[in-house]
Every structure is written in structure tokens, then in C-alpha cells.
Design a protein around this ligand. Structure first.
Ligand SMILES: NCCCC[C@H](N)C(=O)NCC(=O)O
Length: 447
């Protein structure tokens, strides 16, 4: 919809644009914090509530199930009511979800809280993407996306760090979740400030045509190339490995490797922390050199042995890891190296994979392509925590039986090998006649 008299209005000033980015990203910080706030209380849920690993896996999958359902209509809601209202509404749903989870007294209520979170958090990501596209199209869009993702990951890292800066809350499982409700309430505040900024901009600035959102057109399913499907397949197995690994990681470091909660939180946080800095750098690098499918294959290859390395390699000497202003903890060198390598992969693959879709799919179908990819991502991500939880229970994983975690790690390894296979197929397809330029297009080349 064009704004009447738009031609006479100036484009927003850079300062206004960056302020928009700050508020939209703070809403995302809250979003990622709430999602990851469950990870450091897994051991407490098991001890104090008697939950099994299977139930922990179900809590994770409840989020994806809701996300799957709501993603089908999320684009419609954003188009119908506008991204401005959608951001506030979905952020409010996240606050409610966080409060329901924190107040829960039984497994079904906690699962309902996580389900509600999926209904708010994933469409909030879509709405923020639409907002950034609207304000930054034709300007610094990739950089804005990169910064937005880095601030979101800071939310994930902060949830891990809460084991240090909010250590006294961890006497029970609910207080850390109340803290996450407070953080998301601040995110809702940021969403409201964004709403005010956009309202104020109306009539002062020309914001362009309403941005296309990630709406799913199921007919597109048949029209995408093999390269697109290889990327989707890699996306499914990559995120179905990394996100569930993160969900169980703090508990795993505590039970299988004997780490204190603080140290486990600090170690787990290195994954998003590495990504905060490395993702934009990898993005800049790949824009210069191309070779996108090769980089995805290299990332998948590096990931392949990591889960077996944490299981079977000797732990090595303890080293002190300090996060300034947060805390410190002693962690075994092998675990530290593995998490740093995984952090590198967690930076490289997303930095290359998401933008690659834009090279192989026609602009008009990009919204559908991303929506379909996110939908498939949720499908894989639903299943894996259930399987890992069931494996941990089946093999009696726990501090007395650390070997019981090994089958779960083999499962992650099997998924990683599938990822490597899809990345290799993509590389072969892109090197051939039907390539879309993933290997060759660089900043300096003409498409
Ligand atoms: N709260 C973490 C879940 C984010 C899910 C989202 N659909 C996604 O994949 N984002 C990209 C990323 O790399 O975080």
C-alpha cells in the first residue's frame, strides 16, 4: 500500500533507521532469552519435578509444534494487521508464555507455556524480518540482518550466563523462568517503542511499499530446483542437531562431565558468543570469495566428529574460562575446543545458508521459499529432542552412567553425516552446468 503523497516525503534518516533496528532487535533479544531460559533448569526439573528426559524433549517439541501451526497463518496476520501491530502482539504472547511456564505447577501447564511460546516467538521472528526489510531495503539490509541475529544470539548467551549473574535464583527451577518473564517484558517494552517510532514516522518519512512477508504458497513446492531442496535438507538436519544439542547441553555438561552449573552455562554460552562475532565476518568473507556450497560442506565436515569427540576423547586439563562482567568457570580443554569448533560451524553455516536461497530462487518466490524452509526446519526440530530424550532415558543416562548419553551423541553424529551428504550434493550440483552461481558470484562480479 503506498502512502499518499509519498513522493514528497523524505526517506527516514540513518539515525531513525538504526534506532528502529535497536528496538526490533531488543524484542528479539527477549525472544531468544526466553527460549533458552529452559536449558539451565533441566537438571532442576528432573530433580524437583521428577521429569524424565523424554518429557524435557517434549517441552522442546511443544514449541516447534505450535510454531509449525502458526507459521502457516503468521504471514497472513502480519499482512492483515501490519508488522507494527504484529510485533507488539507476538511479543505480548511471548510474555504470557513465559509467565505461564514460570507459574506452572505440572508438566501439562509447562508444556502449554512452551506451546504458547512457539505461537509467539516464531511469528515474531517473521514480523521483525518484515520490519527490517521495510526500513533497510536498498540500504544496509544484510548488515542490519547480521546485527539483528547477533543481538538475538546475545539473548541466548545471556540465558546461559544467568547461571552466573543470577546464580542465587537457581535454588529452584521457577525463579530463573520468572527472570526470563521480566526480560521478555522488557522486550515487549522495546516492541512498543518500535510501534511508537513507526507511528511517529508516518506522514514524516516515506517507508516504501509494504514489505513482502514469509508467506507460504504450497504450490511452490513443485517449482524449486534440486539445489534449493539440498539447502532445505541441510537446514533441517543442521538446526535439528544444533538447537536440541543446546537444549540438553548444560545438563549434559553437568551430569556427564561433572561441571558446576556456572561453568556449564559459561561453556554452553560460547556457542552463541562465537556466532555473535563470527557470523557477520563469515558473511562479509563469503560475499567476497563466493564458494558458498563448498563452505557449507566444510562446515558440515567439521561438525561430523564433534559429538563423538565429547563422548570418547579424554577430557584433558581444566582451563579457566572468564566472561568479563559475567563470571568464570573451569572447563576441560577437550570440551572447550569442541564447543569453539561447533561455534565456528554455528556461525559459518547460517551466514552462508540463508542468503544462498536468494541466489537460487526467483525474487517473487523468495517469501515462500523462506517460509517453506522454516516450516521444514520445525518439522525436523520437533522430532529430534523426542528421540534424544527417549535415548537418554532408555540407556539410563545420568551422573552414575555417563555412557548412557553416548547413543544420543551417535544420533547427532548420524544427522551431521546426513548434513554432509546434502552439502556435498549441493556442491556437486552447483559446480555443474545447472549451477546458480553459489560458487562464483562475489561482490565484485556481475550476476
Ligand atoms: N530461539 C531460537 C530459535 C530460532 C529459530 C529460527 N526459526 C531460526 O532458525 N533462526 C535462525 C538462527 O540461526 O537462529
Amino acid at each position: 500500500m503506498s502512502i499518499p503523497g509519498a513522493g514528497a516525503l523524505p526517506r527516514p534518516t540513518p539515525a531513525y533507521r538504526w534506532l528502529v533496528l535497536v528496538f526490533a532487535s531488543l524484542a528479539m533479544f527477549g525472544n531468544y532469552y526466553v527460549y533458552d531460559a529452559l536449558n539451565p533448569v533441566v537438571d532442576l526439573l528432573r530433580e524437583q519435578q521428577g521429569f524424565s528426559y523424554r518429557q524435557i524433549g517434549m517441552l522442546s517439541s511443544a514449541y516447534n509444534l505450535a510454531a509449525l501451526l502458526v507459521l502457516l497463518v503468521g504471514g497472513y496476520v502480519i499482512d492483515r494487521f501490519g508488522a507494527r501491530r504484529a510485533i507488539v502482539a507476538f511479543a505480548a504472547v511471548c510474555v504470557l508464555a513465559a509467565a505461564v511456564s514460570a507459574a506452572a505447577s505440572s508438566f501439562p501447564t509447562l508444556a502449554a507455556g512452551r506451546f504458547l511460546l512457539g505461537m509467539g516467538a516464531e511469528p515474531l521472528i517473521v514480523a521483525v524480518t518484515a520490519v527490517l526489510a521495510k526500513w533497510f531495503k536498498g540500504k544496509e539490509l544484510s548488515f542490519a540482518f547480521g546485527l539483528n541475529l547477533s543481538i538475538s544470539r546475545l539473548g541466548s548467551a545471556s540465558a546461559d550466563w544467568s547461571t552466573s549473574f543470577a546464580a542465587p535464583l537457581y535454588s529452584n527451577w521457577q525463579d530463573p523462568l520468572w527472570l526470563s518473564t521480566g526480560v521478555m517484558a522488557a522486550g515487549l517494552g522495546a516492541a512498543l517503542l518500535y510501534w511508537m517510532l513507526e507511528r511517529r514516522a508516518e506522514g514524516r518519512f516515506y517507508l516504501g511499499e509494504a514489505a513482502a512477508t514469509d508467506r507460504l504458497d504450497l504450490r511452490s513446492l513443485y517449482r524449486f530446483s534440486a539445489s534449493y531442496w539440498y539447502i532445505v535438507a541441510l537446514c533441517v538436519v543442521f538446526y535439528s542437531t544444533v538447537f536440541p544439542f543446546r537444549s540438553f547441553a548444560i545438563d549434559y555438561f553437568q551430569q556427564a562431565h561433572g561441571l558446576e552449573r556456572e561453568a556449564a552455562g559459561i561453556l554452553s554460552s560460547l556457542l552463541p558468543v562465537a556466532a555473535i562475532f563470527a557470523t557477520p565476518l563469515f558473511g562479509l568473507w563469503v560475499d567476497r570469495v563466493g564458494r558458498r556450497s563448498l563452505f557449507m560442506a566444510i562446515g558440515s565436515l567439521v561438525m561430523l566428529p564433534l559429538f563423538l569427540a565429547v563422548t570418547y576423547l579424554p577430557p584433558g586439563p581444566d582451563v579457566m574460562v572468564t566472561i568479563p562482567l559475567v563470571g568464570s568457570g573451569e572447563v576441560p580443554l577437550t570440551l572447550l575446543c569442541v564447543i569453539l569448533l561447533l561455534g565456528g560451524v554455528f556461525s559459518l553455516i547460517p551466514a552462508v545458508m540463508w542468503p544462498s536461497v536468494a541466489y537460487i530462487v526467483d525474487d517473487r518466490r523468495l517469501g515462500s521459499a523462506y517460509a517453506l524452509m522454516t516450516l521444514c526446519q520445525q518439522l525436523g526440530w520437533i522430532a529430534v529432542p523426542l528421540v534424544v530424550g527417549a535415548l537418554n532415558d532408555r540407556y539410563l543416562a545420568g551422573p552414575e552412567n555417563p555412557a548412557g548419553y553416548a547413543p544420543g551423541m551417535w544420533f547427532y553424529t548420524a544427522l551431521s553425516s546426513l548434513g554432509l551428504f546434502f552439502a556435498w550434493r549441493l556442491w556437486r550440483a552447483e559446480r555443474g552446468q545447472g549451477g546458480h552461481g553459489l560458487e562464483t558470484i562475489t561482490v565484485g562480479s556481475n550476476r
